[in-house]
Design a protein around this ligand. Structure first.
Ligand code: PLP
Length: 394
């Protein structure tokens, strides 16, 4: 392998900006720098670029342009959706339903609300990471004001039955938010068909820029404004717009949804080959997440008798960038809350590896991964006294 080439297998953490996206963004850092609120021509041009981008985002998820609000990230969209609905509807009730495997942007927003007088039910998931619609239904109370359940999990890739949950929420008249940050660009989504009231997305997860996202807010949903100030985003999210970022998110979502079938086919091939080869070539492994209801590029395995961190460091030395758990939890020694929620014991949750493929990955990348991974796993296991015992058969 070429010494400086990095094989990037961590697309759930972030993706490289598509060159066509970058090209679309660049003029807004130079000639086209006008403030979208100004009435002279370069201001109006910026305004037009924002509205075109809004149309692209709306089209990609089956919404109306006026239902799309740009935010500073996926995290911001989640926080706005959850706190905004909670505070705007607290006269109706203070109960929220979510799951144990949400991204921290959702979990920590819910925990914050608990400290301010709201009650949150964290639904468990099964061993594959699936939420049961029946359990959602059973958790609904007269004072439930919000259901927030992620579309697809960032660690184990499990795709939830969002349509079924949406139907239940709509029948009961409860607002339904989904964190679709991992799903947008990977799975075709139509917010109308799925009965979704609010949906979060983030540019850097589908080959757009970091620091820009969007929240879909179905017209008529009661929600407080996120930022108070100027009249931007129809007064709901004040502050001078990140025009280049917004243009980038529009271009990226357009490209991702245009190529969704072709990309999915390729990612599924890479994913399924990797799952098969790891299962076959390495003993004492377990696939985490549902085998089929999972994101097309997601592979997540636990390796017994191994520390995930050591595995990542050794892969890094071989030029492979992957992850254990999520980017936000690596660096801390706590095992992933997602892996614990699907029932893994602490020591096995610690030994997990997440590989997430993207459009630029190839079969040669897997050839190389499968050259080095079994060897690294062997070497790390040789250092484990527990493994020695198991090998000796006692
Ligand atoms: C990445 C991610 C987020 C956070 O989005 P940012 O734009 O990085 O703030 C939220 N939810 C999920 C599921 C994610 O994967």
């Amino acid at each position: 392998m070429n010494d400086n080439k990095i094989i990037y297998l961590d697309h759930a953490a972030t993706t490289p900006v598509n060159p066509q996206v970058l090209e679309a963004m660049l003029p807004y850092f130079s000639d086209k720098f006008g403030n979208a609120s100004s009435i002279y021509s370069i201001g109006r041009e910026s305004k037009k670029a924002i509205e075109e981008s809004r149309e692209k985002v709306a089209k990609a998820i089956g919404a109306l342009p006026r239902e799309v609000f740009f935010t500073g990230s996926g995290t911001e969209a989640d926080n706005w959706a959850i706190k905004g609905v909670a505070y705007a509807n607290r006269d109706k009730g203070r109960h929220i339903i979510t799951t144990a495997i949400e991204h921290h942007a959702v979990l920590h927003a819910c925990q914050y609300l608990e400290s301010d007088g709201f009650e949150v039910t964290y639904l468990p998931v099964d061993e594959n990471g699936l939420v049961s619609p029946q359990q959602v239904q059973d958790a609904i109370r007269p004072d439930t004001i919000l259901i927030t359940i992620m579309f697809a999990n960032n660690e184990i890739g499990t795709i939830q039955p969002i349509g079924e949950i949406g139907k239940i929420a709509r029948e009961k008249g409860i607002i339904f938010h989904t964190d679709a940050v991992q799903a947008v660009g990977n799975i075709p989504i139509n917010v109308v068909d799925l009965n979704v009231d609010l949906l979060s997305l983030s540019g850097h997860k589908f080959y757009g820029p970091k620091g820009v996202g969007a929240l879909y807010i179905r017209k008529g949903v009661k929600i407080t404004s996120f930022m108070h100030g100027g009249a931007q985003e129809r007064g709901r999210r004040a502050s001078t717009e990140n025009i280049a970022g917004i243009v980038g998110v529009g271009k990226a979502i357009e490209l991702a949804t245009q190529n969704i079938e072709e990309n999915n086919k390729k990612l599924l091939e890479l994913r399924d080959r990797t799952i098969e080869e790891i299962s076959k070539k390495i003993p004492f492994v377990k696939l985490n997440g549902d085998r089929y209801k999972r994101l097309p590029g997601n592979v997540n395995f636990s390796f017994e008798f191994i520390e995930g961190e050591s595995l990542l460091l050794m892969l890094d030395m071989k030029g492979i960038a992957a992850s254990s758990g999520s980017a936000c939890t690596s660096g801390s020694l706590d095992p992933s809350h997602v892996l614990l929620a699907i029932g893994l014991p602490h020591e096995i949750a610690h030994g997990s590896l997440r590989i997430t493929f993207g459009t630029e990955n190839t079969h040669e990348d897997i050839d190389y991964l499968m050259d080095v991974l079994p060897m690294i796993v062997d070497r790390l296991r040789e250092m484990s006294p527990l493994y020695e015992k198991v090998k000796r058969g006692n």
